[in-house]
Design a protein around this ligand. Structure first.
Ligand code: FAD
Length: 380
């Protein structure tokens, strides 16, 4: 599997998928046919995560090819990401508590052989071991496989979900604080309290076309218990009036300025902010290189449009004293950096899609789903 770090390649992938494979998506999406046959899913997440292509572009392309009812399942999946993001924005302590717990658990488990075997792919569950290799080599796993992987990690290997979520973040090209943390919480049974996801031998056999043998799992484990409840914080996600002649910061989640809501504004300069070192979760070399190459690709596209831009290290933000705007980096390591360093001169600008959709993220996804036609109508 190849994920080339460029918008042009992302657009090619999007076009190929909508032209050739979207038609069978709802029927085939749950199958993991192996790394050499991924055409039943889009493999767009590494690009959407980084804003190299936007959810709206993907939806627009799908609707140009098929009616809403024919592409509904795919559109719902695309908007899961927006939903998870909004859910976490309304409860940012879920992320900060996760990092606090992770720190504690990491020191408890640093010499734990069960954990070390899991991250080296040396457990007695063969399919799991193969997925560890696949994750490290391809920096991507199929959605169903992520669910099985997380379930085996938590309920068969009996390891804390927080360590598994860290392992995914370190190696996934699409690693995203919201989709990943909440995905792991969901499998564990703490996102929807008491409801967990249990992987089973027959389900893995069916959806992998019997590629794996002898899958012995704990198929009867109880959900992980958590007594933590998170109330919704009041946030309005309003934008400041944009004054010309100010600098704009772009972080790793918004790497297509030229098609963004803010493309018409004349910013004095655009600073592309790279964050290699200031992360609680240390990313693998390959993931860091992928991000660096995506930043380079955005810089080239800005320069082609004669937009004054420069790449800076996130630490340099501490030396900027003037008021600047930033395309909102969303809850995660970059917002943590800004908050921990009390950089109050940075004014966030929110995407229209997020401003509109996040008001529906206070409850579950089934409630959010009812608003999808309204969300689409608002932007089409
Ligand atoms: C434990 C676990 C951890 C996960 N971690 C991440 C993560 O760090 N980053 C990430 O982007 N996704 C994560 N996901 C969600 C999902 O697995 C991936 O988005 C999906 O597999 C990406 O492959 P694709 O682009 O081929 O998806 P497709 O099936 O083609 O879906 C199209 C797009 O819809 C979105 N999408 C699909 N399923 C989901 C979902 N369940 N949640 C959120 N968005 C979705 C993605 O943007 C994806 O590109 C996780 C899921 C689980 C169960």
């Amino acid at each position: 599997m190849v994920f080339e770090a460029s918008r042009a390649k992302a657009i090619d992938k999007l076009n190929d998928f909508t032209e050739q494979n979207l038609t069978d998506y709802s029927k085939l999406r749950n199958f993991d046919f192996g790394t050499s046959n991924r055409s039943n899913v889009s493999c767009l997440s590494p690009y959407i995560t980084h804003g190299v292509i936007s959810e709206l572009e993907v939806i627009d392309k799908s609707l140009k090819r098929f009616s809403f009812s024919k592409s509904e399942k795919f559109i719902q999946e695309v908007l899961w990401r927006v939903y998870w993001k909004g859910w976490l924005e309304l409860r940012p302590n879920v992320w900060s508590d996760y990092l606090i717990d992770l720190d504690k658990i990491k020191s408890e488990f640093k010499n734990n052989q069960n954990y070390l075997n899991a991250i080296e792919g040396k457990t007695n569950v063969d399919c799991f071991n193969q997925w560890v290799i696949e994750l490290k080599e391809n920096n991507y796993l199929h959605n169903h496989t992520r669910m099985w992987f997380a379930s085996i990690w938590i309920f068969t290997l009996e390891l804390p979900w927080q360590l598994g979520a860290e392992f995914f973040m370190q190696h996934l090209y699409d690693g995203d604080p919201a989709s990943n943390t909440l995905g792991w919480r969901w499998v564990a049974g703490v996102q929807t309290q008491g409801k967990h996801y249990l992987a089973s031998e027959w389900n893995i056999n069916k959806f992998t076309n019997n590629r794996f043998k002898n899958i012995k799992l704990n198929e009867n484990a109880p959900p992980v218990f958590s007594d933590k409840n998170y109330s919704i914080s009041k946030k309005n996600f309003l934008n400041f009036e944009i004054l010309e002649d100010k600098t704009l910061l772009i972080f790793e989640n918004n790497l297509t300025f030229e098609f963004s809501d803010f493309k018409e504004h004349n910013f004095k300069k655009i600073l592309l902010v790279s964050n290699e070192t200031n992360r609680t979760i240390k990313l693998s070399e390959k993931v860091l290189r992928f991000k660096a190459n995506l930043l380079k690709d955005q810089k080239i596209r800005l320069e082609e449009k004669s937009i004054n831009c420069e790449t800076i290290n996130i630490n340099d933000l501490k030396n900027i004293t003037e008021e600047v705007y930033a395309l909102y980096p969303t809850v995660g390591e970059n917002v943590d950096f800004i908050q921990n360093n009390k950089l109050q001169n940075i004014k966030f600008l929110y995407r229209k899609l997020d401003q509109f959709s996040w008001q529906y993220c206070n409850k579950g996804f089934f409630n959010f789903k009812n608003y999808i036609p309204k969300i689409i109508a608002c932007f089409n």
